[in-house]
Design a protein around this ligand. Structure first.
Ligand code: ATP
Ligand code: MG
Length: 570
């Protein structure tokens, strides 16, 4: 026994299989053919997809790619009170943006008639009945995990009476809450979900697809497995909270599956949680409704649309999902791992530019008053094909305030009085003096430059090494743009894990800072979505709010993980 397990483990490691793939491989060995494999991603269109869904998308579509199997996009749209077309559209956009193609777009609502017909069959077989108690009464009779439930007084209604009432429910003869249809299973089951679960409830609400055709709606458990069966999904993968539902999933299938059809299997994996945020559509909706953020696609949101707007790439999200893989136990993945993947990809693809966000004026006193030259600047040292651009240099520049100190110790490699630095793509300058305002703040630094030190000019001086290199912009050529600097949306790593506190109490009040940035003029033609590295500052992209005459940039991610340092020093 041990040996076989070990062998199996070794095989898995070799093929780097996760435990779901392991299950599939076993099924392939034990009679399934590759052609029978079929998967689905089944979102409920009651909100926008988030990073947790990205894991599930990558899992299901990844399996599709690995086994050459079709993957359906199935909307689990059985609750018209919460679902909307807007969400359907957003979900399609997001899955598509992540780079996956679904075989077929399906809706649980496509199956309402079939589900209804099957429900009547269950009634006829004595496996379902109409209960006319209130939901409170039904709840009271459920029992507890250690005490059996109590049978409903309506449990033994005749088939005829059940059919008449159920048809009445369907035809709109009753008010909401007057009746429900329940499966007749076992009120003493140790699994509470098997205690005559509700299959249908009356809801006089129009549905975004079936409009007012139906006023009874099937419950999740009744719908999900049957939809899998209709679509002949071989492996129905869901998150761990559905583990106790598996017994019910199977019970419903037992009532229906015919010999010649494939019987879907439900298997569970752990929900993915990300630190410093919440991954639940319901909670994200609160952030939107209570105006903590500007919308579902606010760049601070862990939604796929928020991450897209913030400048994340589909590749980085897929790489992140692949790295964390899937697990059997829930845990919280640190958001810095996601940031790492975003940086890793942007480093390869984002052109480098110079922008100053916190400007301090520098005057090069030995540079001609009206002098101007255009320096060669490499677009991306990680990508030789990206070429060079020109950046203007002149007598008056901006550098970052934090890059200058009047006095500093030897470890400060930036500009200090009497010290030298290289201006990126340009010359070596030396700080000679500075001017201060009445409060003692430095408002201008006067420098001299080494006239022969221009980068790439081939002179001995151009190769001269100084410790620091600073980014800068020429004031008279700079364009101005709004720059949105985002921080984590929550100050706590697990905002929704506190028993006595609402997650909203942990919202970071400083999650957004807007500043005016000064940028090299090559950025004036930047288009919405374009991504850049602002050298030494981080990765940025052009926000949706941007206009040609009023550019807006988002900070996608800083160049380094500043939080890790902060947390270490605490
Ligand atoms: P939420 O609580 O955010 O609404 P949900 O599970 O109700 O999540 P669904 O639209 O039903 O959302 O989810 C679609 C699929 O995505 C399901 O298979 C679900 O199990 C999976 N999923 C949802 N959240 C996560 C997560 N955090 N990690 C991994 N998979 C997830
Ligand atoms: Mg849900």
């Amino acid at each position: 026994m041990h040996l076989t397990e070990e062998r199996q483990d070794m095989e898995d490691v070799e093929k780097s299989l996760n435990f779901i793939e392991h299950i599939i491989e076993d099924d392939l060995k034990n009679g399934y053919s590759n052609d029978e494999l079929r998967f689905r991603f089944p979102p409920e269109p009651n909100g926008y997809l988030h990073i947790g869904h990205a894991s599930s998308i990558c899992l299901n579509f990844g399996l599709g790619l690995r086994y050459g199997a079709p993957v359906n996009l199935r909307f689990d749209d059985t609750n018209p009170a919460k679902e909307e077309k807007e969400y359907v559209d957003a979900i399609k956009r997001d899955v598509d943006w992540l780079g996956y193609n679904w075989k077929s777009e399906r809706y649980a609502s496509d199956y309402f008639q079939q589900l209804y017909d099957w429900a009547e069959e269950l009634i006829v077989k004595g496996k379902a009945y109409v209960d006319s108690q209130t939901s409170e009464e039904i709840a009271e009779q459920k029992g507890t995990p250690t005490e059996p439930g109590t049978e409903s007084p309506y449990r033994h209604r005749s088939v005829e009476e059940n059919l008449t009432l159920f048809r009445g429910m369907k035809n709109g003869d009753f008010k909401e809450g007057e009746h429900v249809l329940r499966a007749k299973i076992d009120m003493e089951s140790s699994n509470m979900l098997m205690r005559d679960p509700v299959m249908y409830r009356i809801l006089h609400k129009p549905h975004h697809r079936t409009n007012t055709d139906w006023c009874i709606y099937p419950m999740y458990d009744w719908t999900h497995g049957e939809s899998d069966y209709i679509e002949q999904v071989s492996h129905s993968l869901c998150t761990l909270e559905f583990l106790p539902h598996r017994e019910l999933y199977n019970w419903f299938l037992d009532q229906l599956v015919s010999e010649d059809k494939l019987r879907p299997k439900q298997r569970e994996f752990a929900r993915r949680n990300l630190s410093h945020t919440v991954v639940s559509k319901r909670k994200l909706l609160r952030l939107v409704e209570e105006n903590v953020v500007t919308g579902w696609d606010d760049p601070r949101m862990p939604t796929i649309s928020g991450m897209r707007r913030k400048g994340y790439t589909p590749e980085s999200i897929r790489n992140f999902a692949e790295t964390i893989g899937i697990a059997k136990r829930e845990n919280v993945v640190d958001v810095s791992l996601l940031d790492f993947h975003v940086r890793d990809h942007l480093n390869k693809i984002a052109p480098r530019v110079m922008a100053v966000l916190n400007p301090l004026k520098v005057v090069i006193t030995n540079y001609p008053e009206d002098g101007e030259e255009w320096l060669d600047a490499e677009n991306n040292p990680e990508d030789q094909s990206s070429g060079f651009r020109k950046v203007p240099f002149s007598r008056e520049l901006y550098i970052e305030q934090e890059d200058f100190r009047e006095q500093a110790n030897r470890k400060f490699f930036r500009l200090k009085l009497g010290g030298e630095v290289r201006l990126k793509n340009g010359y070596i300058i030396k700080a000679e003096s500075c001017t201060k305002d009445e409060d003692g703040n430095v408002i201008e630094v006067q420098c001299s430059y080494d006239t022969k030190s221009k980068s790439g000019s081939g002179t001995e001086e151009s190769l001269r090494k100084v410790k620091g290199t600073l980014h800068w912009v020429s004031i008279k050529h700079a364009i101005q743009a709004e720059v949105r600097l985002y921080d984590r949306l929550f100050v706590d790593a697990t905002p929704d894990a506190h028993k006595d506190q609402d997650f909203m109490e942990f919202v970071n009040p400083d999650s957004l800072e807007k500043v005016t940035g000064f940028m090299e003029p090559s950025l004036k033609d930047a288009k919405i979505g374009d991504r850049f590295q602002f050298q030494r500052l981080g990765y940025f992209n052009v926000d949706l709010d941007s206009k040609p005459e009023a550019l807006v940039f988002n900070r996608t991610v800083t160049l380094r993980d500043t939080w890790a340092k902060l947390e270490q020093s605490c």
